[in-house]
Design a protein around this ligand. Structure first.
Ligand SMILES: Cc1ncc(COP(=O)(O)O)c(C=O)c1O
Length: 212
């Protein structure tokens, strides 16, 4: 099958969507007015899908500081930190965030996608085990594919199912990393963190007893 033939079905579906005049991939605003409002085909509409949770994109202080940074440093860093070093403002931001959260240090990523990719693919690798809530965000699944750890899905917010899977790993070497989210993006519910931690603490103690 050629590369183009592979996409024939997708193309057909996309054509049908376009014919309805409701192609979600072609949504272009005439203007975006605020964190929550825009103009779309001449109509004022509410923005309910953005993750501009704190509305900081229009906060006057943020706009002023971002403008100052642009004037001083230009429109981009033009290279990665690892290759070129860090801007002192980025390091100060990380120190301030670490201080706010009461942590020794922190690392800022510019998107959630990159944070998940960066952290998950680094923390575990070949021979380790990732236990992932089945309803995790797509970026977590991408991150799992990038690392080389074994990926095991447990039922959404189900501490017993997680427990069962952890116990099955009892004889296997390698680290285990449990991945849950603060708020599940598609469901809107929160992680059952208390239940998961309480139920896992004994299982993890037993698993690591010989290794700590
Ligand atoms: C739980 C969760 N993780 C990761 C992401 C990806 O974040 P970003 O869109 O900043 O890449 C999102 C985005 O909605 C999310 O809801």
């Amino acid at each position: 099958m050629t590369l183009f033939a592979k996409f024939a079905t997708l193309k057909q579906g996309f054509g049908q969507l376009n014919a309805l005049g409701n192609n979600p991939f072609a949504l272009t605003f005439d203007d975006v007015l605020s964190p929550t409002e825009a103009i779309l085909k001449g109509r004022r509409v509410l923005l309910l899908g953005t993750n501009n949770y704190l509305g900081l994109t229009y906060d006057p202080e943020c706009v002023r500081k971002a403008t100052e940074a642009l004037q001083k440093h230009g429109t981009g860093t033009t290279g990665s930190r690892i290759a070129n070093g860090s801007y002192s403002d980025h390091s100060r931001l990380e120190a301030a965030l670490a201080d706010f959260y009461g942590r020794r240090s922190c690392m800022v990523f510019s998107t959630g996608y990159q944070a998940n990719l960066g952290m998950l693919s680094t923390l575990v690798g070949k021979g380790d085990h990732l236990l992932v809530d089945a309803d995790s965000h797509a970026s977590i699944y991408d991150a799992c594919n990038l690392g080389r750890a074994e990926v095991l899905r447990f039922r959404h917010n189900d501490a017993d199912d997680l427990d069962k899977r952890l116990r099955r790993l009892a004889d296997q070497p390698g680290d285990r990393l449990i991945v849950v989210e603060g708020i599940y993006s598609m469901l809107g519910d929160t992680a059952a963190l208390r239940e998961i931690v309480e139920s896992e603490i004994d299982a993890l103690r037993a698993l690591y007893a010989g290794r700590l």
